[in-house]
Design a protein around this ligand. Structure first.
Ligand code: GLA
Length: 365
């Protein structure tokens, strides 16, 4: 579906559910991360790209102060929450959390009616939650006449995740979908919150493939990695793991397992992002491809966020013609991204689908 079609679906759903046209509608894309995994909550470098898939939110005032009457996908999926509700591990938590941090002490005098439509698959590592948060904050800002910069929206959306949803994520997803635009990569220094837009080579596509193994980042694997990184910081006496440089490698090797691997991954992954950017600038696509493959190995061996089905898919992708491939997103299942020469893409997709019946090609970009 196009962005316009998704937006139209949100408007139609709003009208169907609430019997009126919405006052404001906005949209935010999903993203795929090309390189730099788990570095964002360690003050490091990331290289995501917003997608041409995304989520639209239509909104109006309605009902009593603090109520959030929301419908998503179809009219039967309608839930009423209140801004003072505690989280209940449902999709509506993203709405309550986002509106809470957005309005803070300035809650509008009336309730809100919200309709959501999306062509982004959920639970696939494509940031469907960041897309909802950012689209909602944009739409709710327009409704209430507020002006908030894209970077501030990203900061607020991350706070909604950290403080309300209970996901201790970094800022990569919210920043890339709020600040970036589809098809262009964003090189982001998550500590400085400085970014630049990077053109991608015309010769290749990125093919995003879901492994068939679903992930749930609020289950404790992700949180455990955050805790391990904090423990490694304490043991190495640094504020963030991205403070480490190659000189720190000896000290990293002396940490007890698994902290040694966790710190090593952050150090090497930051350096891969830097070198990959340089490789793209100089047109050295062999090097770029190699960094993708090395990133996967580091996620598998040092950071331990991969699963056997994803490892097999990455290896299979390279065997059937990708120049590079790696797990993308939070891990523990989810999707891979493969870097494939354009003329090879149709045969590549056919080969993947026949070899991995559980896998699903989500996007070619
Ligand atoms: C999830 C989180 C991000 C980031 C990635 C891993 O997508 O939301 O903040 O940590 O995992 O790179």
């Amino acid at each position: 579906m196009s962005r316009d079609a998704v937006t139209q679906s949100a408007n139609d759903l709003f009208q169907q559910a609430f019997g009126a046209v919405p006052t404001a509608t906005d949209y935010a894309p999903g993203r795929v991360n090309l390189l730099g995994e788990h570095t964002d909550y360690n003050g490091g470098l990331v290289f995501p790209m917003p997608l041409a898939l995304g989520t639209a939110v239509a909104i109006s005032f309605g009902g009593s102060k603090g109520t959030i009457d929301a419908v998503s996908g179809d009219a039967a999926n309608r839930v009423v929450r209140h801004i003072e509700d505690t989280p209940d591990k449902a999709w509506t938590d993203y709405l309550v959390g986002s509106l809470k941090v957005l309005f803070d002490d300035n809650l509008p005098d009336r309730g809100l009616r919200i309709a959501i439509a999306s062509d982004l698959p959920t639970g696939s590592g494509l940031s469907s939650s960041a897309a909802i948060e950012v689209a909602l904050m944009r739409a709710a800002s327009a409704l209430t006449g507020r002006e908030i910069s894209p970077v501030d929206i990203a900061i607020l959306a991350r706070r909604a995740e950290n403080e309300y949803v209970g996901m201790p994520c970094g800022i990569m997803d919210q920043y890339s979908v709020s600040v970036g635009s589809p098809g262009k990569a964003v090189f982001l220094d998550t500590r400085a919150l400085e970014s630049e837009v990077v053109d991608l080579p015309d010769s290749h596509n990125f093919v995003i493939i879901h492994s068939g193994v679903s992930h749930k980042l609020t289950e404790d694997g992700y949180e455990k990695r955050v805790e391990e990184c904090n423990a490694a910081c304490a043991a190495l006496d640094v504020k963030m793991l991205s403070d480490l440089d190659v000189e720190s490698l000896d000290r990293i090797e002396q940490l007890p397992a698994p902290l040694d691997g966790r710190a090593r991954h952050i150090l090497t992954e930051n350096s891969r992002v830097k070198k990959a950017l340089e490789a793209l600038r100089t047109g050295n696509l062999d090097d770029f491809s190699r960094f993708l493959v090395e990133s996967h190995a580091s996620q598998r061996d040092d950071f331990a966020v991969s699963v056997p089905e994803v490892d097999a898919l990455v290896e299979g992708a390279i065997e059937v013609g990708a120049d590079g491939a790696r797990l993308t997103g939070g891990g523990f299942g989810g999707s891979i991204v493969a870097f494939v020469q354009k003329p090879r893409v149709p045969a590549f997709v056919t080969a993947i689908e026949s070899r991995f019946p559980k896998a699903r090609v989500l996007a070619v970009t």
